[in-house]
Each structure stands twice: as structure tokens, then as C-alpha cells.
Ligand binder design. Structure first.
Ligand SMILES: [Zn+2]
Length: 196
């Protein structure tokens, strides 16, 4: 129970991270945070009982933590909004991959750059469904008459927190999830690595 997740808001009620009940209770006890949503259950010690928080707000922190968007396959998929950049359809995570626009076998001869120089980067990766990915193989899109809807780019901002819709509903977090949170509707039962 002490490891159950709690949504942490800044003082402007914008979600900034998740924490455990244990840490949330410490923040409440030391008056660094106030409870926003509480459960009907209690954490008890010999001397006191505290209602288990589900959402807390840090009282003296109003900004958002700055951080560069980490380069990862999952974040490439989120950058492209879970839409295959080749066929334009949206898929669930289970059916999505990332595709190297310039394939491995062509990179060095086409770009004159080593594999370590940009091959696996924001600019050479797009979200692609499994079918388009295997259709494309090691060809260039110009060779098969495909095109990209936009140039792939390094995103400047992405939501800090990725939460499944199911969890947000269950824990009473939904009213706070309009900004800085990406809600994922997990239609599939496969939870990809990296999703909280
Ligand atoms: Zn596709």
C-alpha cells in the first residue's frame, strides 16, 4: 500500500510527477505539500492516522521541471502521435514500430556519415505500423512512391508523465490530467516498457 502511486501537482495544480504513498505522506507531514484528493483508507502509526492521498500539491513549487526530451523509440512513437507516418493511420502501441527512413544498408553510402552519426536519431526515425515497416524493407521511400507528411524533428516539449487512462480513472487523477500528461488508452494488454 505504501508503494501505491500518488499524482504530484505543482502549486498551480499542474501534474509534475508520480510518487509513492510513502513519500507523499512524508511531504504532507513536513508541510511541503497539501492533500488534494484522498482515499477513504488510512496510514496509521501508534500516534496518528493520515488519510491516504491519491493526489497532492507541492506548496512552494510553481514551475515545471525543465528537461530535454529523451531520445527513445517510444518517444518517437509519441512524437508522431501513434500515427504511422507512411499510411497515416493510428494504431495501438502493440502494432507500432519505428522505422529508419534511410535504412541501415544505405546509410553510409547515401549520407557519407558513419552509423553513429545520425542513423538512429529523431531525424531518421519515424513511427510506422508493422505492415508498412515490413513493406518498406530496406528501400527508400522515394523508390516506392511514398512520402512523409512532415520532416521528422526533435521535439522541444513532451508531457513529463505518461499514464494509462485506466489508472487515471481508477485513482481519481483525470480532472488534473489536461496538461503535461499524456493519457494512453491501453486497448492492448501489452504494456510497453517505459509506460508508468
Ligand atoms: Zn502504416
Amino acid at each position: 500500500m505504501l508503494n501505491t502511486e500518488v499524482l504530484v501537482l505543482n502549486s498551480g495544480f499542474i501534474p509534475i510527477r508520480l510518487t509513492s504513498v510513502k513519500e507523499a505522506v512524508c511531504l504532507l507531514m513536513s508541510e511541503k505539500a497539501i492533500p488534494v484528493v484522498e482515499e477513504d483508507r488510512y496510514v496509521r502509526s501508534p500516534s496518528l492516522a493520515i488519510r491516504i492521498p491519491s493526489v497532492i500539491s507541492i506548496t512552494n513549487y510553481s514551475s515545471l521541471p525543465r528537461k530535454r526530451v529523451a531520445f527513445s523509440k517510444l518517444n518517437v512513437i509519441y512524437r508522431d502521435d501513434m500515427v504511422c507516418q507512411y499510411c497515416g493511420k493510428r494504431f495501438t502501441i502493440r502494432d507500432l514500430t519505428v522505422d529508419h527512413i534511410i535504412p541501415r544498408s544505405r546509410w553510409e553510402s547515401l549520407t557519407g556519415r558513419s552509423m553513429r552519426d545520425g542513423f538512429s536519431s529523431w531525424k531518421n526515425l519515424v513511427c510506422a505500423c508493422r505492415w508498412c515497416n515490413s513493406m518498406k524493407g530496406n528501400k527508400l521511400i522515394s523508390e516506392i512512391g511514398w512520402f512523409l507528411p512532415r520532416e521528422p524533428y526533435e521535439p522541444e516539449y513532451m508531457p513529463h508523465i505518461v499514464i494509462t487512462l485506466e489508472k487515471a480513472q481508477k485513482r481519481g487523477w483525470l480532472p488534473f490530467c489536461s496538461f503535461n500528461v499524456k493519457l494512453i488508452d491501453m486497448i492492448s494488454s501489452n504494456t510497453p516498457a517505459g509506460i508508468i
